[in-house]
Ligand binder design. Structure first.
Ligand SMILES: Cc1ncc(COP(=O)(O)O)c(C=O)c1O
Length: 482
């Protein structure tokens, strides 16, 4: 297909040139009625792109015109059967994959490292999750990926499983043995869904890991907005095999996504796709070089270590994404949370911190001078005595799934102290954020290990979503009378 075209973008530009009199939504009337501060900041042209489904601009949930053409170009570039533009993030794509594949009561194998949106999809569908514990990298203190061996065990123990949802790469850009896991799952006739939220850029540079699409997953969802030059909320849902029916997926997306999709979101996806097709490798070359420079220079500063491709081990880590910059800071006597706060004070914003590391994304637009600024700030950080020798717990294994997440969510809850919740059934989610991996999952029995893990994260200053902070401690929601 002609990847130099951007049919949706071209149609929107043509439409705006007609200067139609706008008796329609949105209520800013093509910018004429927009709040002045916003107009001053963005300029009035910006609002002209914020159209609704007006004549000739197609419908996202009944795409048969320019949106369909734009999606077909994306499918051609990513080599899929069908690609859907998503305007509600990867979360909506994960929900759609699960709802298209599973009915109430059917089993799905998922990693314990799944994002909360995976459990969200399971709640909506009424499916039953079978959790597989991912491997843990002691050296950096991070969970990596589920392994073919652990997946095989789960399949054998649950022969009635319908599907598997594999989350890889992880936030830190470490990809698991996806090819082997897909092969294994297909040999047991399971549908393979992949949460590749952190891999939308994979096809565009030879040094990036190969996408799960290439390895033959049945459906793959990617957060375009996480690593590609596009707007927050924009994601891509790829249907790769016949195991998922395009028509069904389209109907489900129409149910779970907004009926007023943003044309700014959809248009930028069209233009971004063109940009990646025409200039992707060149644009990524610079980011890859800058990231490699950053790794080299930061590892020379005493007290800092970085993840490099040496972490690849053929077991739980098959490939390393070079645009992810993970810096281990524990030798300096700080937690990652403290170093993040220090970087913030020095005008550097990062993607994520954990107990032992900070994680930075080096995407298109980051220049060597930005890295030099980061290096200067890191060099100024003085080592200090390690004040807390407490052992850092690894991510706790899943407790017993007493109720399906859906049944738990449909029960009443009561709020009790976290410390007193061991043995109770969680009603809600509790997740350090980012990365949004739930420690407490609806319907799961709460364990001592989980409570301890949350306490350590809270104590060390992590952002933990879900619990309720009160003056006398942390409280959580548990299923009432269970
Ligand atoms: C692995 C993973 N899956 C899914 C999501 C949800 O993506 P989105 O924010 O695009 O809805 C995230 C977000 O952080 C994620 O890290």
């Amino acid at each position: 297909m002609d990847q130099s075209r951007a049919p949706l973008y071209e149609a929107v530009v043509k439409y705006t040139e007609r200067e139609m009199v706008p008796f329609h939504m949105p209520g800013h009337t093509c910018g004429k009625g927009a709040p002045l501060v916003f107009k001053d900041f963005f300029g009035k042209e910006f609002f002209k792109f914020d159209l609704t489904e007006v004549s000739g601009l197609d419908y996202l949930h009944y795409a048969h015109g320019v949106i369909r053409e734009a999606e077909e170009l994306a499918a051609d570039l990513y080599k899929t059967r069908s690609t859907f533009f998503l305007v509600n993030g990867t979360t909506s794509g994960i929900h759609a994959m699960i709802l298209s594949t599973l009915k109430k009561g059917e089993k799905i194998i998922i990693g314990r490292n799944s994002h909360r949106s995976v459990v969200g999809g399971i709640i909506l569908s009424g499916a039953i999750p079978i959790f597989v514990q991912p491997a843990y990298n002691e050296d950096f203190g991070i969970i990596t990926n589920i392994t073919p061996l652990s997946l095989e065990r789960a399949i054998k123990e649950n022969p009635d499983t319908k599907a598997v949802l594999i989350t890889t790469p992880n936030y830190y850009g470490l990809q698991g043995r996806i090819e082997r896991m897909i092969e294994l799952s297909h040999s047991h006739n399971l549908v393979v869904l992949v949460d590749e939220a952190h891999g939308a850029h994979f096809p565009f540079h030879p040094l990036f890991p190969k996408s799960a699409i290439e390895y033959g997953a049945d459906a793959v969802v990617q957060s375009a907005h996480k690593t590609l030059p596009t707007l927050t909320q924009t994601s891509l849902l790829h249907i790769v095999s016949e195991r998922l029916k395009r028509d069904k997926v389209e109907q489900i997306l129409g149910v779970i996504e907004t009926s007023s999709p943003s044309y700014i979101f959809m248009t930028i996806m069209d233009v971004m796709r063109r940009e990646m097709a025409l200039n992707g490798k060149e644009l990524w070359n610079e980011a890859v070089e800058v990231a490699s420079y950053a790794r080299e220079e930061i590892s020379k500063i005493p007290g800092f270590r970085v993840i490099t491709e040496e972490i690849v081990n053929g077991n739980d880590i098959n490939a390393f994404d070079p645009i992810k910059l993970t810096i281990n800071v524990e030798e300096l006597g700080y937690s990652g949370f403290e170093v993040e706060a220090y970087l913030n004070e020095n005008n550097i914003e990062i993607e994520l911190s954990d107990l032992r590391n900070v994680l930075l994304f080096v995407t298109i637009g980051i220049e060597k001078k930005d890295v030099d600024q980061l290096i200067a700030v890191l060099r100024d950080l003085q080592p200090r005595e390690k004040k807390d020798k407490e052992r850092i717990p690894s991510f706790p294994e899943a407790g017993i799934q007493v109720l399906s997440p859906s049944d738990a969510f449909n029960s009443d809850y009561e709020v009790i102290k976290l410390r007193e919740s061991v043995g109770r059934v969680s009603w809600g989610f509790v997740s350090p954020y980012p990365p949004g991996i739930p420690v407490l999952v609806p319907g799961m029995e709460i364990t001592e290990e989980e409570v301890h893990f949350i306490e350590v994260f809270e104590k060390r200053g992590a952002m933990v979503q879900g619990p309720i902070g009160k003056v006398d401690g942390i409280y959580v929601r548990v299923v009432k009378d269970m």
